[in-house]
Design a protein around this ligand. Structure first.
Ligand SMILES: C[S@@+](CC[C@H](N)C(=O)[O-])C[C@H]1O[C@@H](n2cnc3c(N)ncnc32)[C@H](O)[C@@H]1O
Length: 229
């Protein structure tokens, strides 16, 4: 499972070894290694170079309050928490508690547990609950979406209400292992539904007047959307 979209794997290894691994936080490294040891789907973790990019973005934005959909063992959540000021907050939603409980000792070791609120459950339900609560409307600086691809387009509508004007919604895996340009007939069944959903999403985001957007060729594709109104 090769997550990078560069043509040369040697070039990607160069980026990781020369630039990314030396700057990876010790607890992120330990969490990544523990996840790789425990799970055979550890490829779901945010790539290290993408994590460094997101960390810098969060700091440039001066983000304080963020929301993440799709936690897995918590690599991206811990990466975000480490990038926020001491009074920062991350709301982290995942339907699989066993996954994110794996990350909690590493989050504690990094001294970041006071910044993270986990919500266990289905993301759509959790987002609708936040909307119903009313207080959270337009309150988030940043949202990171890394869960079920078929629902990204639905999350988009809800997150446009939860993220403040000028805030960023970031969608991960928008190039879906390069399959967005592969003829559907050659796409393995596992990738197909997500591929279809992401092809629709990418076109939709490109013309959505409520945002400005930029699809970055980092990791497996990261689309940044900045809310305009
Ligand atoms: C790609 S992984 C997230 C990786 C994580 N961002 C990281 O850096 O390690 C996707 C996660 O989304 C969760 N997920 C998938 N569909 C979901 C849904 N409908 N509601 C809540 N969580 C969901 C899965 O349980 C899984 O942990």
């Amino acid at each position: 499972m090769n997550k990078n979209i560069l043509q040369s794997d040697a070039l990607y290894q160069y980026i990781l070894k020369t630039s990314a691994y030396p700057r990876e936080h010790q607890q992120l490294k330990e969490l990544r290694e523990a996840t790789e040891e425990k799970y055979n789907n550890s490829w779901m973790i945010l790539p290290v170079d993408e994590g460094l990019f997101m960390s810098m973005l969060l700091k440039i934005m001066n983000a304080k309050k963020t929301i993440e959909i799709g936690v897995f063992t918590g690599y991206s959540v811990l990466n975000t928490a480490l990038s926020l000021p001491d009074n920062g907050k991350v709301i982290a939603i995942d339907m699989n508690k066993e996954y994110y409980e794996t990350g909690i000792p590493f989050i504690k070791k990094a001294g970041m547990e006071h910044k993270i609120n986990f919500i266990h459950g289905n993301a759509m339900q959790a987002l609708n609950d936040l909307i119903a609560n009313g207080k959270e409307m337009g309150s988030f600086d940043f949202a990171f979406v890394d869960a079920d691809k078929v629902n990204y387009i639905n999350y988009h509508e809800i997150l446009l209400k939860l993220v403040k004007v000028g805030g960023i919604i970031a969608y991960d895996n928008t190039l879906w292992y390069g399959s967005v340009v592969a003829p559907e007939i050659f796409t393995a069944q596992y990738y197909r539904d997500s591929r279809e959903a992401l092809v629709v999403l990418n076109s939709f985001l490109a013309t959505d007047s409520r945002i400005e957007s930029s699809l970055l060729s980092i990791g497996d594709g990261l689309t940044l959307c900045r809310r305009l109104y």
